[in-house]
Design a protein around this ligand. Sequence first.
Ligand code: TXA
Ligand code: MG
Length: 361
Amino acid sequence: MTQVWQTSPDKPDETIISAAADVLKGGGLVAFPTETVYGLGAILTHQGAIERIFRVKNRPPSDPLIVHLADPDQARDWAQDLPKSYFVLSQQFLPGPLTLVVKKRERVPDIVTAGRDTVALRVPSHPVARALLRETAVPVAAPSANLFGRPSPTTADHVLADLRGKIEGLIDAGPTPCGVESTVLDITQSPPVLLRPGGVPKERLEEVLGVPILFSFTPSPDEAAAKRAPGRFLRHYAPSIPVLLSDGTADALIQIALAAQVSGEADKPVGLLVPDDWAATIKEAFRSSRRPPILYHWGQWGDWEEMAKRLFQGLRWLERQGVSAIVAPLPNEDGMGLALRDRLLRASARPSSPPSADWGP
Ligand code: TXA
Ligand code: MG
């Protein structure tokens, strides 16, 4: 049984926070909102609970978990040799949607870091997450609260769709404000390496650090680099149906949607993530179509922040409408556009198995 508690996002109900913290301290799994997506929490030092996170998500044990702290200063207890950039970045961005990969202390359990000598630290800004982390006192390891490879959950319903009955608790505080996961930055290397674009844009990090940050969409064939970026399996964030991408114009989207209609299952419509300002043009283009596409309104084209908020919601919603495929235009790389591109490119990658040595219990 999964107990669901409802609370306001701004003023978390103290009795709920304390009940959820008790479940965590007893070794249970509790999903909770952060400003990015819902996380699936377990107490960092509870071996059995951490093992269960991997099992219930069906996550390969080679993919390490992010450690969530109540406060940036707690990093000293779990990390060593913190570089100056840790303090510069935490001063500017924490609490907030930025995860920093640093050198770990011995006491961080190996299962959490998948045997690495680094640990990913994050201080979420969502009031519910903060209250919960203060109450547990011990940090909470938390991946996104979805089945491995599926779109991340931005509402409590998404969490229940993937994990109902498999976890002890869920704090429902409504939709998460950012909608895509935190930016993951490895600051053990110089220059720093962006492992995952997310809630804090790359340009803002570069501005504050005063150095360019390395980033590449394609996972490196170099084994050492792949080890540093364990989460970059190509197919990820994917609904159960094909995701097709077009260039960023209404015409290009229409062309790909028409092609998808022809090649898709005849009795099912195609689903489109449609910028609000293109909706009229798209509807007009399919006016005489026998099976017009189902449209999900994705926000104004170029308003990457609003589109980030709605991305995973849109993928899951269209999937539930029974469409044969989802077609989306690919945003530019500026600001939060980079995170949108990353999630869409990976959602659209063809299924392929991750390296077999990495897989299995
Ligand atoms: O916004 C977020 O970061 C959400 C919320 C719940 O906090 N969490 C999240 O966790 O997205 P997860 O597990 O879905 O993604 C964590 C990413 C993975 O790609 C993982 O490989 C990477 O962080 N990661 C964790 N520890 C790492 C480490 N020591 N070195 C490199 N990458 C690491
Ligand atoms: Mg995830």
